[in-house]
Design a protein around this ligand. Structure first.
Ligand code: ASP
Length: 346
């Protein structure tokens, strides 16, 4: 199949292409994950966290992928996801190299980014990439699959489109937070803020089709509503959702509030400045409205939408999310390299 035909396939049709012998290989989009995979990755992350508590366990984890190399190709600003992935690779004993600035690469000589990444792929066993353009990680995975030496590709953020590993860590955080409350099934989750351009909320919303009876509340300014393609996907998969502009009215109804900052880096002509985003800030007094067992999430970095006073509340779980991200990425890389079995046998 050529790239143009492949590109037109639906996410669910592309899924097989991201697998190898029944195992996950490329991690490109949230639609490729099913419930079995999500449950497994959460349980594996928890097991890894337990193992890493002892020195012996740490050494065991370090031995698993010793001698393997990962390249972090991050040409869109990032420090937290970059470091999270780097730490995850290092926990498993991988060596990491990085490209963060294409001005020092042959791209200045006119080389295409496709050729650049393909060249780098010759030196490593895994590519983790953040790129401003949607679809680029997918294109690289496609190219490498048709090359003589394929290596797995992980999408660490593709423009305003997707951030599938953030969605995995968000699921892991929800999974852990609701462990004693029947899990994620049946929960009501508010996604708040810039839903139009926020890739984390898009990837997370896709995953909700894997859970029974979840209801989503999309709370945003009218200019920044969730895109129609995603709403169409949810309708098709019978995930209930409702749109609102009234955060205070939604908060008492939900089990999780997922806050996001305005994504003004995608502005074409400063349009964010004309939007009253303050209506989508989690005000300190809203803590009174929130259910006692509900949680407050944020992918970070935050701005004024989440005042630091909220951090003291036990329902604020965003710092835990950060830590969960590292463990879930360890679990993901372990699965890609098929060492999950060894971890369970440890
Ligand atoms: N860190 C997240 C991302 O890379 C959220 C954000 O930047 O607002 O998309």
């Amino acid at each position: 199949m050529d790239w143009e035909s492949f590109k037109r396939l639906r996410g669910s049709q592309k899924k097989a292409f991201f697998m190898r012998d029944g195992n996950i290989y490329h991690v490109i989009m949230a639609q490729q994950f099913d419930r079995g995979f999500l449950d497994e990755i959460c349980n594996l992350a928890t097991r890894i966290r337990q193992i890493a508590k002892s020195n012996e366990g740490t050494r065991f984890l370090l031995s698993l992928l010793q001698g393997r190399r990962a390249m972090l190709y991050f040409v869109q600003p990032s420090t937290r996801t970059f470091l999270s992935f780097m730490s995850a690779c290092q926990i498993l004993g991988m060596q990491c190299s990085e490209v963060r600035d294409t001005s020092t690469s042959s791209e200045v000589k006119g080389e295409t980014p496709e050729d650049t990444v393909r060249t780098f792929s010759s030196y490593v066993d895994l590519i983790i990439m953040r790129y401003p353009e949607p679809g680029f990680a997918e294109r690289i995975a496609f190219l490498l699959n048709n090359s003589g030496r394929p290596v797995p590709v992980i999408n660490a953020g593709s423009g305003r489109d997707q951030h599938p590993t953030q969605a995995l860590l968000d699921i892991y955080t929800l999974h852990r937070s609701f462990e004693d409350q029947g899990g994620i099934d049946g929960k009501k989750i508010a996604l708040v803020g810039d839903l139009k351009r926020g890739r984390t909320v898009r990837s997370l919303a896709y995953l909700m089709k894997n859970y029974e009876g979840v209801k989503l509340y999309f709370v945003s300014p009218p200019e920044l509503r969730m895109e129609d393609d995603l709403k169409e996907y949810l309708r098709e998969h019978e995930v209930e959702f409702e749109e609102s502009e009234d955060l205070a009215e939604v908060i008492p109804q939900v089990d999780a509030v997922y806050m996001t900052r305005i994504q003004d880096e995608y502005d074409l002509e400063g349009e964010s400045k004309r939007i009253d985003y303050s209506r989508f800030h989690f005000k300190v007094e809203y803590l009174q409205l929130l259910k006692p067992n509900a949680i407050i999430m944020h992918p970070l970095p935050r701005r004024q939408e989440l005042p630091t006073e909220i951090d003291q509340d036990r329902r604020a779980v965003y710092w835990r999310q950060v830590r969960n991200g590292m463990w879930v990425r360890v679990a993901l890389i372990a699965k890609i390299f098929r060492v999950g079995g060894e971890i369970w046998h440890y």
